[in-house]
Design a protein around this ligand. Structure first.
Ligand SMILES: [Zn+2]
Length: 304
């Protein structure tokens, strides 16, 4: 059973939670980091050195929102339960468009956080690529006819041609990072590997040709040959396989299914949302929400 939440929690309590997440230690000016602030009547802070006025929402993803914090807080619960915007709008007094806009904001902040946080992979890292997006045969008929007309697909094959190639890293302690790629060629894949995986790490892949030469790049590269029904092998006490990243692909695809009709431009945000959920899968719902609040309060949208 899903419990209702906001009735039991007041706006001032929510603001205290937000304030505590934003400033776990002492508050400081967000412009000059000076620690002596005074509190204005409207709840904002005034820096006693540079005289800058700001609130806990200034320069965050929540700043330009006209939604009160208690509505945000409730939406975060529905979001964390994995409800779609459509389903959530039936539970709260907001239109589907409004909820969708808020969920889009949450996903944008998550995207920034994941790009920033998942920079360095080391130790044993599994690497693989896959495709996401609606399969051609599952598309609407008008849509299929259009793609046939522009010859984007050939009859009988092309199941993959409309899908988005995705590249993924999985560190054996359970962290994952994914990125959309233009192709699965050697340069594309190895550039990402060099950018994200620390040299001398153990890198496990299948035998796809684009991974050849990683040993020369300074990695301890080992492969499993799925073509030869080889899925796990042992070498010097290390288990070589890519079951971790393949497990994530299954998780990702299953979770994307309920958001049918995501546009190609937005797809990356839904994918990064699943990366974030997977990376935080051990948190309780409440811990997950506190984490979301911290992501929303500590990253800023690009300046328009
Ligand atoms: Zn200041």
């Amino acid at each position: 059973m899903i419990k209702r939440f906001t009735a039991a929690i007041s706006v001032s309590k929510i603001l205290r939670i937000f304030g505590h997440i934003k400033y776990p230690r002492k508050r400081h000016c967000i412009k000059c980091r000076y620690r002596r602030l005074s509190r204005l009547l409207d709840g904002r802070f005034l820096c006693l050195r540079c005289h800058y006025k700001f609130s806990i929402l200034t320069n965050t993803y929540l700043q330009r929102s006209f939604l009160p914090v208690d509505s945000w807080y409730e939406l975060l619960w529905w979001f964390s339960y994995g409800f779609t915007a459509n389903k959530t709008s039936r539970e709260v007094k907001l239109s589907q468009q409004r909820v969708h806009k808020c969920f889009t904001t949450i996903r944008a902040a998550i995207y920034d956080y994941e790009q920033f946080e998942m920079k360095e992979f080391f130790g044993e890292v599994e690497v693989d690529e896959t495709y996401v997006g609606p399969r051609f045969k599952n598309r609407r008929k008008s849509n299929r006819d259009y793609y046939r007309r522009i010859k984007a697909v050939k009859r009988g094959r092309g199941a993959k041609t409309l899908l988005q190639p995705v590249f993924g890293l999985y560190q054996r302690d359970g962290r994952v990072y994914v990125e959309f790629i233009k192709d699965a060629e050697k340069k594309t894949l190895q550039d990402i590997i060099k950018g994200r995986i620390v040299l001398e790490s153990k890198v496990y892949t299948d035998t796809w040709k684009s991974y050849k030469g990683l040993n020369k790049q300074g990695y301890d590269h080992q492969t499993v040959d799925h073509g030869k029904q080889e899925y796990v092998k042992e070498k010097k006490g290390k288990k070589i396989h890519i079951n971790g990243i393949e497990g994530f692909w299954g998780y990702l695809k299953e979770h994307l299914l309920k958001h049918h009709g995501v546009s190609k431009d937005n797809l990356i945000y839904y994918v990064k949302e699943q990366e974030f959920r997977f990376n935080n899968r051990d948190l309780s719902t409440e811990e997950f929400i506190l984490k979301l609040i911290s992501v929303l309060l500590n990253f800023s949208p690009p300046k328009a």
